[in-house]
Design a protein around this ligand. Structure first.
Ligand code: 48H
Length: 258
């Protein structure tokens, strides 16, 4: 049978439309497809929640692909090795408490396992704003990333979510929007974004986990964004904190939604 370009187009449009329509309202909307967002999405989807992840870039995986300074290996400490095992990522002991994994295998495994668990990923979409009501966030405002990049004046669309996770990494983009445009204060010591501090790996890894929490009614922070929001330091190319933060935010959300 001769392949038809028209059917190929119909198939893509029909399938994408169904996927997007299915996620116009969801339990959890995750912003950012780095390690923290992907791990969060995996555990939420595995628990049966309707969860979608919105990523600005064409490729998902965030800052993990390049390891440290493009040496494509990452370091993960003992306490987070169970997450690598959960995703089937091969890893090797380097010395006591320091494991290494190939960054490309890790990023691609997080993507593959999270989507297979039921996480829906929308790439090339930028979250430019949030939807708010008097007492909480109620969803996200989206646009195509090329629209943002070209500076076109095109109005966005909105999707509803019971909870939003800011997993946008160093940029802390959703929290920045909330701090700037939504009445009320963040649940940080100053009520504002505290700002990321310089490198201190050991402290940063502990704080990433502590800082993973609800920072505004309806909005959780995870990964590097949690540290930047609460004034924690950066940690360099050790990724245990990101993996554990994704796992923690999923657990906290599941408790809230129980
Ligand atoms: C849609 C957006 C938007 C937006 C941003 O940076 P990430 O990998 O984030 P984490 O927290 O999962 O991992 C942090 C880690 O990669 C890292 O940078 C470390 C450990 N640094 C240590 C150090 O010392 O430097 O992923 C965030 C993702 C990216 O893919 C962005 O493109 C995406 O979020 N994103 N997506 N709408 N408004 N803003």
């Amino acid at each position: 049978m001769e392949l038809s370009e028209v059917v190929i187009t119909q198939a893509i449009v029909d399938r994408f439309w169904a996927k997007f329509k299915e996620n116009i309202e969801m339990d959890v909307a995750i912003v950012g497809g780095g390690p923290a967002g992907l791990v969060a999405g995996y555990f939420l989807a595995k628990a049966g929640k309707k969860v979608a992840l919105f990523e600005r870039k064409l490729s998902v995986g965030g800052g993990m692909w390049g390891g440290g300074m493009m040496f494509n290996e990452i370091v993960v400490q003992e306490s987070a090795v169970h997450v690598l095992k959960e995703f089937g990522v091969r890893h090797r002991l380097y010395q006591e408490d320091y494991y290494t994994a190939d960054s490309v295998e890790t990023a691609s495994s997080l993507i593959a396992q999270s989507t297979k668990a039921g996480l829906t990923i929308f790439n090339c979409m930028t979250v430019e704003d949030v939807m708010m009501r008097a007492d909480r966030l109620t969803g996200l405002v989206l646009n195509w990333s090329p629209v943002e990049m070209a500076g076109l004046h095109v109005d966005p669309l909105a999707v509803g979510a019971e909870f939003v996770v800011d997993a946008t990494g160093h940029a802390t983009e959703v929290v920045k929007v909330v701090s700037r445009k939504v009445p009320g204060k963040l649940l940080t010591p100053s009520g504002k974004i505290e700002g990321e501090k310089s490198m201190w790996a050991d402290k940063a890894e502990t704080l990433t986990l502590e800082n993973t929490c609800e920072v505004f009614p309806g909005l959780f922070v995870a990964g590097m964004s949690a540290n930047a929001t609460f004034g924690g330091p950066r940690m360099g190319p050790i990724f245990g904190g990101m993996l554990l933060s994704g796992e923690k935010v999923a657990k906290e959300l599941l408790k809230k939604m129980a």
